[in-house]
Design a protein. Sequence first.
Length: 238
Amino acid sequence: MDIARKKQTLILLGGILIALLFYPVVTYCLFYYRQSTLTTRSLHYTIIVLEVICLCFYSVKVEDQSFLMWAEKQYQPLFYVLAVLALLALQLPGNFLSRIPKLMGWREWWDKPWSMHYLRYLYSWYQLNLAILIACTVAWSVSVELIFRGYLLPRLAIFFKNNIAAIIVSSLLFTLFPFFGFSYKWLIIDFFSGLFFSIVYLKYRNIKVLIIARVLLDLGTLYALKSTAMWVLGLSKH
């Protein structure tokens, strides 16, 4: 009995490690020291999709269960509209709290080498065709929700045997995935975003509403990040 339990724990940990390490390790090894091109930028988003495919395979072949451990509940169309609006509104507390460190005199990390590297890379994204940029953003949004809420959250709940611990840990991991180190403001925003999304998934067991809300949030974030990158890199006219 103990051997079987240990085997299941190892299998569970294996899936969690794949979910957390696949994308950052592969992208770092392949692209960190390469010149950013249309091909390399697009491949970043191909890799996150490949991670989802890898986790699907691992779930079925190794874990012997569905990728989504929690059965998907179905709701009326009005639920999706109200739930998406609620998730968007729930981003406000994170945005408010993200301003507190600045009020306390903390400085952002704009001048750090890794921050500048990421911001230059980020700004290069906006030179892409708009359709490609939107497609890549949607691919990222769908993939991270499937990974962190659909895959990781139920398995962390099993691992910790505690839903609250699973929500907190999954939100922290979401915040740091992948963390480029350029802003504590985005760390705070991402943590509370992951927290609220996890709570909603735990209560309503519907991944589709999370994906819709995440896509809308990330598309809206594109403009904010562009403005930030232009300002820090000295490209803004203001």
